[in-house]
Design a protein around this ligand. Structure first.
Ligand code: DX5
Ligand code: ZN
Length: 221
């Protein structure tokens, strides 16, 4: 299965609802919602109220919420009430990871963990079993439109092997610099969910861009 999750960081915020509807109609199965707090990463994006409005307008969409924030635990309830389908935070955050996973689960939400480029995939091992998704960043988090880091790809193979060895059924997501030019390698190594911001919202024809990425990924999975 190939899932494309367009990062709305690259959308036109003046017409966010319309842009999101366009990419969903174009074949995207999720909306990737990048939350930044200006502390965990050197940038600030958007938070709970914007998600709440989007969810009100597009209630059936899958909201893939990527928390680039230092304290995801204290905001879990608010984001989940606002419509998060998946609450995905960083292993490098300042909260107790297991406590945060348990809290998200108790709130009835899917849960994911992300690693930055400097973090080894083995660090995820103690948490893998109860997760719905792990995210391997292929750029330093903080900004859209950065260059894909191909040297992160062995992490995807390592995680896929570890999950197979332990019979853990999990989505592996990759985020940063994904386009038709870069999607093949992560797909071949076992990624199933592909975040793409500039490659989708920056495309003249988002439907064509999504279809092309899906085709390439499906052919090598
Ligand atoms: C980076 C974000 C990404 C980013 C992806 O900090 O987590 O989701 O918006 O954008 P592109 O696909 O343009 O690299
Ligand atoms: Zn992201």
């Amino acid at each position: 299965m190939t899932i494309i999750s367009p990062s709305i960081l690259s959308a036109d915020f003046g017409k966010l609802g319309a842009d999101c509807r366009t990419v969903l109609d174009a074949g995207a199965q999720m909306l990737h919602y990048d939350v930044m707090d200006g502390h965990f990463v050197p940038n600030i994006s958007f938070g709970v109220p914007v998600l709440k409005s989007l969810h009100k307008n597009l209630p059936d969409a899958f909201y893939d919420v990527h928390l680039m924030i230092s304290h995801p635990l204290q905001y879990a309830e608010a984001f989940i009430k606002a419509g998060a389908t998946l609450y995905n935070f960083h292993l490098e955050c300042e909260d107790d990871i297991q406590a945060a996973i348990d809290a998200v689960r108790a709130l009835g939400c899917k849960v994911g963990l992300t690693i930055k480029p400097g973090t080894a995939p083995e660090a995820l091992a103690p948490y893998l079993a109860p997760l719905d998704l792990v995210l391997v960043m292929s750029v330093e988090p903080g900004f859209g439109g950065q260059k894909f880091m191909a040297d992160m790809m062995p992490k995807i193979s390592a995680l896929r092997e570890e999950c197979e060895k332990r019979s853990i059924d999990i989505e592996i997501q990759v985020d940063g610099g994904i386009s038709a030019k870069t999607i093949e390698e992560p797909a071949r190594r076992g990624a199933t969910v592909f975040v793409a911001g500039s490659a989708v919202f920056g495309a003249a024809d988002p439907a064509k861009a999504i279809a092309e990425m899906k085709d390439i990924a499906a052919n090598c999975q």
